[in-house]
Each structure stands twice: as structure tokens, then as C-alpha cells.
Design a protein around this ligand. Structure first.
Ligand code: WA2
Length: 318
């Protein structure tokens, strides 16, 4: 008798968890397809037309009006590939400098993030400044999305030589929180992986700029020629003209999704990035250490190099 009840409850948990995992996966998949289509839109109407048929206003309007197609994305943006030799002309044309993600002595703790105060990017081989954005992410326009790496180096150097400054304190804080790696390398890595592979790629979870919410970024490269499907990574890299990216704000958008389903009071849902099996990253839900029986559903976000799982359990103690 008791065994039957337990069995039934388990079945309920399994189907509720699978339903939620499937829904999240499906919404991510349709959102990702639409971001892919936006990369083709930019290729066709920005790079494929002389002069371009897309400016910031057109892009903001189109992406705003089609936001319903991307239910899990908080904003999309397009970053141009700019080589160092092209930088001066690019900055003159746009009337602004390519900025790096943060100033060196600005607090690395992100509470007072102000894009207006960012420093120009130091000399690099190439840059990825954002030139077009949905209004929801307009704060990343002009920022070089490849510029994160410098800060990490500065951080390590400051930590190593114990210079006393706000950056140093910020670095120690980040190192202690284990967030250093997650905050600044992600966009750059995504760009490099997207252009070499020709596929949509995902970052690990990290704190997004401004909102400071945990999120992941999805990136598609835009190429100047229609590459054969079997193009080599080198061919892809040299044909790259820009990067169409999209941010997935996990706490607000997963919450919104789960609220659409009833019985939120019955089960507790956690989402994990389990790419590194020995160090899973909790992306959503409360701390679940030492809780009772948990059911696990796999979630496929379309990037085979990342693994995600949904863990579900009943709320009440049994
Ligand atoms: N978009 C929004 N918020 C962010 C972010 C981002 N990246 N990175 C950190 N916070 C233009 O892959 C190219 C979007 C990056 C694309």
C-alpha cells in the first residue's frame, strides 16, 4: 500500500520534471533558431547591401518587435569584427571609441557599472565592438566583447604582486567567490569558438553586465561569403565579419517559464551546468545540498560541448 503511493509520487515527480525540462529545452531551441535567423538577417541586409540597409534604429525596432520569437533571450546584439589596422577609420565613422569592458581602477564588483565611464580598449590585434543592439541591451554598444581577457591578466598580476588598490580588493573578492574566470573570458571564448565552428555556441553561466544576473550568452558568427558546410576552421575564421549574440537571463526568464506551469508550490526545480561533472554550477533554484530524493532530467541547449540538467524534488519533507 505505502509502496504503491511512493511509486505513484515518484512517477508524478518524473513526469513533472520531464515536462519542465522539455519546455525549457524547446523554448531555448526556438529562441536559438531565431537568433540564428537574425545572424542571416545581418549578413543579408547589413553586409550584403551597399550601403547597409540596417542601422541601429532599424535593428532595435526589428529585434524589439520580434522579441516574442525569443522567449528565453533578454536581448540580442551584433558585434563587428574590426582588425587593428581598421580601428581608426571605424572609430571616426561611428564617432565613438571602442571601449573595453571595464576601467582598470573601476570597482570590479559590479554594483556601480556605468558604461559611460569605460576606457578605450588598449591596442589588440582585433576587436569585437557591439554596433547594433536590442534596446534591452543597449548598454553594451561600443564595448569590445573580446576585451575581457586583459582584465583577467591585470587581476592575476595585481593579485600576484599584492598592489593595494580597489582592483586588488575586487580581484581577491572575485577569486574568493570563484567568479573571476566566469566574468570576463566568456564572451571572448564564445566568439572564438563560434567563428571556428560555424555553430551556435553557449558560454558557461556568468554574471551578465549591468543586470548582474546569472546568464549565458549564445553566439553565432556572421561570414562574408557563403561558406561550404565542410569549410575548415581557418577558412571560417578568415571569412568572419561579425558576431550575433544573445543573452539568456536565467533567474528572470526561467522563473517566468516555470510560472506558466501549475504546481510550483509542489516541486522545487534546480538547473545545473554539468559540463564539468565534478564541479556542477547551479544556474537556477535554491541550494539543494543534502535534500531528499531527486529526479534528474537532461536538458539539451544545442551546444554539444555544454551539458545541463534539471533536478526536481518535492517541496515537503517526507
Ligand atoms: N550580451 C548582454 N549582456 C552581457 C553580454 C552580452 N554579450 N556579456 C556580458 N553581459 C554581441 O557574442 C557576441 C553579447 C555578445 C555578442
Amino acid at each position: 500500500m505505502n509502496a504503491t503511493i511512493t511509486e505513484r509520487m515518484k512517477e508524478t515527480l518524473v513526469s513533472m520534471c520531464d515536462e519542465r525540462a522539455r519546455m525549457l529545452q524547446d523554448q531555448f531551441n526556438v529562441s536559438m533558431n531565431h537568433v540564428h535567423a537574425l545572424a542571416i538577417l545581418v549578413s543579408t541586409f547589413h553586409h550584403g547591401k551597399q550601403p547597409s540597409a540596417i542601422d541601429q534604429q532599424t535593428f532595435a525596432e526589428y529585434t524589439g518587435r520580434t522579441a516574442f520569437e525569443r522567449p528565453l533571450m533578454s536581448g540580442v546584439a551584433y558585434a563587428l569584427r574590426v582588425l587593428h589596422a581598421e580601428r581608426e577609420e571605424f572609430e571616426k565613422k561611428h564617432g565613438w571609441r571602442i571601449k573595453k569592458m571595464e576601467t582598470e581602477d573601476q570597482s570590479l564588483v559590479k554594483d556601480d557599472y556605468n558604461p559611460e565611464e569605460l576606457d578605450p580598449s588598449p591596442v589588440q590585434d582585433e576587436y569585437a565592438p557591439v554596433i547594433l543592439s536590442q534596446e534591452t541591451v543597449s548598454h553594451i554598444v561600443s564595448i569590445d566583447m573580446m576585451s575581457g581577457k586583459n582584465l583577467v591578466l591585470v587581476c592575476y598580476l595585481l593579485s600576484a604582486f599584492a598592489c593595494s588598490s580597489t582592483s586588488y580588493v575586487g580581484c581577491i573578492w572575485l577569486v574568493m567567490q570563484d567568479k573571476l574566470e566566469y566574468m570576463h573570458l566568456q564572451d571572448r571564448e564564445n566568439i572564438l569558438r563560434a567563428r571556428a565552428s560555424g555553430k551556435g555556441v553557449l558560454t558557461s553561466p556568468f554574471n551578465l553586465l549591468k543586470s548582474n544576473h546569472l546568464g549565458v550568452v549564445l553566439t553565432f558568427a556572421v561570414y562574408n561569403t557563403s561558406l561550404p558546410p565542410n569549410a575548415t576552421p581557418e577558412e571560417r575564421i578568415s571569412a568572419t565579419v561579425g558576431y550575433l549574440g544573445s543573452s539568456f537571463d536565467i533567474p528572470s526568464l526561467v522563473d517566468k517559464l516555470l510560472h506558466q506551469l501549475a504546481s510550483k508550490q509542489t516541486i522545487v526545480v534546480n538547473l545545473y551546468d554539468t559540463t564539468n561533472v565534478s564541479a556542477p554550477i547551479r544556474m537556477y533554484g535554491p541550494d539543494a545540498a543534502g535534500v531528499g530524493e531527486t529526479y534528474i532530467s537532461n536538458v539539451d541547449f544545442g551546444d554539444p560541448t555544454r551539458k545541463h540538467e534539471m533536478h526536481c524534488r518535492f517541496k515537503h519533507k517526507r
